[in-house]
Every structure is written in C-alpha cells, then in structure tokens.
Design a protein around this ligand. Structure first.
Ligand SMILES: NC(=O)c1ccc[n+]([C@@H]2O[C@H](COP(=O)([O-])OP(=O)(O)OC[C@H]3O[C@@H](n4cnc5c(N)ncnc54)[C@H](OP(=O)(O)O)[C@@H]3O)[C@@H](O)[C@H]2O)c1
Length: 298
C-alpha cells in the first residue's frame, strides 16, 4: 500500500487537532499537547519504505550513526533535516545524503541547520524549515565528563548533565509540541550503561537518565499518539569510535573488533537501521533496543 493511500495520511495534523479541539472529543490535558482518549495511533505499514514522504530531524546528523540514518531515510524517499555544530561537516554531510536520493532532489529534501542540538532556537529553526516534522532522532553528543569521581568538579558534572540530559529535554519539548500523531522521538544510549567502566560515572549516569526519560515520555506522550524510544549502541565504527585511543585506523578497528562476539564492530548503517525500525513501527514505544552484536552477552 502506498503511503499516500495509508490511514496515517488522513490523520489530522496537530494544528487541525487544536482547531477541532473545541468541537470534538479532543481535549488538552497536558499543557500545550492535544490529547485524545478516542482515536488510536494510526495504523500504517511498519516497513521502513513507509517512511517515504515523511520528514525526520536528525540532531547529530552530520556524522556517524545520524548521517547513516539520513542516507537510509533519503534512500527510501524521506526528507531529512541535519543538525550539527560544525558548518563544514554539515555541508559535506548534505552532499553525501543528496547522493543517496532515489530521484532528483527537491530543494527541501535535504536541509541543514548549524547549531547546538541543546539549543531551543536551533531546533525551532530546524523544525520551521522542515515545515512538517514526523520523526526526531537524537545522536548528538560524545562522551564528556569522564574521569575518576574525586577529580570531577561540580562544574564538570553540571556540564555533562547539560550536554546530554538537558539536550534530550530540549529535543523532547520540540518534538512533543510539533509532531503529528504517529510521530516518533528516538534517543541514543550505549551498552556501557549496563556494563559500566571505571571513570565513567558522570557520562553513564546521564545516558542512563536518558533511558529513563525515554520510558517516562513514552507514557506521557502516548495520549498524543507520539512514541518515544532509544537505541543502546555497542561499539559502532564511526568517527566517534575512531577518536578513541588506538582506534584511528582500519587495521586497529579490525583488530579490536575481532574480539567482539560476531568478530567485528557494527557499521553506522547497521546501527542507524534500528532507528528507522523505531520510526516506522507505530506499535513500539517506551523501548530501549540494543544493537551491539551480542557484546552485552559476552
Ligand atoms: N559509536 C559508538 O560506538 C557508540 C557507542 C555507544 C553510544 N554511542 C552514541 O551514539 C550517538 C552517535 O554516535 P556516533 O558514533 O554517530 O558519533 P559521531 O560520529 O561523533 O557523530 C555525532 C554527531 O553529533 C553531532 N553533535 C555532537 N554534539 C552535538 C551538539 N551538542 N549539538 C549538535 N550536534 C552535535 C556531531 O557534529 P558536530 O560535532 O559538528 O556538532 C556529529 O554530527 C552518540 O550519542 C554516542 O554517544 C555511540
């Protein structure tokens, strides 16, 4: 069934919900969020191909897993808006994503907004330029605030919280007030949350909090028919992983990956495909799915 014939396309936009709230059973019980107790989440094909024609904002879309998600989304005909801080990196990412387009790109098929993903103005600009936003995927953020507990200052801890948890809330607020029924928000996590390493208390607490936020928001936003999930990544071959000591070459990556259960690290595409699954499947919410090649079992 083509997306255009699918029930999700006849679902009212959030603006229409607001307009109809006074005359129908729609009401607002969460400040700013239209809520329905009557209309279920739209049914649509759960295959990634159903994302054709939808629009995703990728916060952290200029590299690694976010960029791979942009390429996959564009290859199935979705529009993407990439958000990242470095304008040159963004520019290179846009031309790579345009290369993945199934047909000649409309001018607005691949957009980019330079700025910090934790900044409300940046996200407002990304959503405004997109027009309609159906899905938000957050991959922004590396590992900050690492170090043994006695050496961590209150400022270090506050900065770490701001960089990831505050940014997750900013993305959630942008998504909750803009996405239509059937929209989704997907966060990133990592397997160190369940297999901690020493000196990682601050970053891992924050990422663990993002997983908790995922479940809390899934419950809170379900009445608005929005879904919230997270992906817990194992070691994925991206510029972030390659920035780790001793992992800056193909040989080093292959050697280190050979000790993993499946004999290698994951690719950015394998990691990103999990986000497309979560965007497309309208019956999954509040879940943290693991893509780690079995590392947490080893
Ligand atoms: N790769 C792994 O092995 C692995 C494992 C576990 C978890 N993860 C998590 O998965 C996510 C994606 O990782 P990755 O490997 O794809 O990383 P990556 O290759 O470093 O890509 C991160 C992207 O986020 C952007 N970014 C970073 N901070 C940002 C900010 N404050 N505002 C806006 N954009 C920001 C970066 O661009 P700019 O720097 O130009 O802003 C870049 O586009 C991260 O949250 C990471 O912690 C990764």
């Amino acid at each position: 069934m083509s997306r255009l014939n699918h029930p999700v396309d006849s679902a009212p936009s959030r603006r229409q919900y607001r307009a109809s709230a006074k005359t129908t059973s729609w009401f607002t019980s969460l400040e700013g969020f239209p809520v329905s107790t009557a209309t279920p989440i739209p049914v649509r094909s759960p295959l990634p191909s159903a994302l054709s024609g939808s629009t995703a904002v990728l916060i952290g879309g200029s590299s690694g897993i976010g960029l791979a998600a942009a390429v996959l989304l564009r290859s199935v005909g979705a529009r993407v808006v990439l958000v990242g801080r470095d304008p040159d990196r963004l520019k290179a990412a846009v031309s790579r994503v345009r290369g993945a387009s199934p047909a000649e790109d409309r001018d607005d098929a691949v957009l980019a907004v330079a700025g910090d993903g934790g900044d409300e103005q940046t996200l407002a600009e990304a959503c405004d330029r997109a027009g309609r936003v159906d899905h938000v995927f957050v991959t922004a953020g590396g590992i900050s605030g690492a170090g043994p507990l006695p050496g961590l200052s209150a400022d270090d801890i506050r900065t770490t919280l701001d960089s990831r948890l505050q940014a997750a809330f900013t993305a959630a607020r942008a998504a909750a007030t803009r996405l239509p029924a059937g929209g989704s928000l997907t966060f990133s996590s990592g397997i160190l949350v369940v297999r901690p390493a020493p000196g990682m208390s601050a970053p891992l607490s924050v990422v663990g909090a993002v997983e908790t936020l995922t479940r809390a928001l899934a419950v809170e936003l379900a009445p608005a028919r929005l879904r919230v999930n997270a992906v817990r990544f194992g070691r994925i071959d991206t510029p972030l992983l390659r920035s780790a000591p001793g992992l800056d070459s193909d040989d080093a990556i292959a050697a280190a990956g050979s000790t993993a259960p499946l004999g290698r690290f994951g690719t950015a595409e394998e990691a990103a495909a999990s986000a497309l699954f979560l965007m497309a499947n309208n019956y999954v919410t509040g879940q943290v799915i693991t893509v780690d090649g079995g590392e947490t079992l080893a």
